[in-house]
Design a protein. Structure first.
Length: 202
């Protein structure tokens, strides 16, 4: 996930110039102000100062404003996994890939990620969509580990464990009191996983 990484907007003194970024910011503001269910595509387009037709040129529906970067994140992890040394064990390779992708994908995005998470946490439909995104990520990592030569069960275990580490780390990262970088939290979570399994290798 070379990758065209979507840059999520941060609040600045004036509107971002791109329609896509304006729509993302407008949608997130409205979801927080009014609630996800009470916000329409027309509302988002009006807040961003564009037409509904422009909205649909960028997004299939209002939900995809929040999940627009999912495929890019997946590709970033797969690209990083492909770049990992071929002799790394499966879990170590996944560790390397997830940390590399997090460095690339989430730099300077903590404010956006925190606000996005509050919207997802308040809506069961969005929580389900987030789980599907994580399942897709796990499937992609497992398939690529097998392509690297790992046995199917080993690949699945490493991929599922890695995605769980990512989810736990991301939840900690977006917590309001967190000041650590996401990659540092991911690294610490992998070390904790090895510790609870009795594997003290670094």
């Amino acid at each position: 996930m070379s990758v065209s990484v979507i840059t999520y907007p941060r609040r600045v003194g004036r509107w971002p110039t791109g329609s896509r970024e304006r729509l993302q910011l407008a949608a997130l503001d409205l979801f927080i102000e009014r609630g996800y269910e009470s916000t329409s595509v027309a509302d988002i387009a009006a807040r961003a100062g564009v037409t509904e037709r422009t909205f649909y040129r960028h997004f299939g529906d209002k939900r995809e404003v929040l999940f627009d970067g999912g495929h890019a994140l997946e590709h970033a992890m797969i690209d990083a996994l492909d770049a990992a040394p071929p002799d790394l064990p499966p879990l170590a390779a996944v560790d390397t890939a997830i940390r590399a992708a997090a460095t690339l994908f989430f730099a300077d995005r903590l404010p956006w990620s925190r606000r996005r998470q509050t919207v997802i946490d308040a809506n069961p439909e969005l929580q389900e969509r987030e789980l599907l995104k994580m399942a897709s990520l796990s499937d992609a990592l497992a398939a690529r580990l097998q392509a690297r030569g790992s046995a199917a069960v080993d690949a699945r275990l490493a991929a599922e464990a890695g995605v769980t580490v990512f989810k736990v780390s991301f939840t900690e990262w977006v917590a309001s009191e967190t000041t650590s970088e996401l990659t540092d939290i991911i690294g610490d979570s992998f070390r904790r996983l090895r510790a609870v399994s009795g594997d003290h290798s670094d």
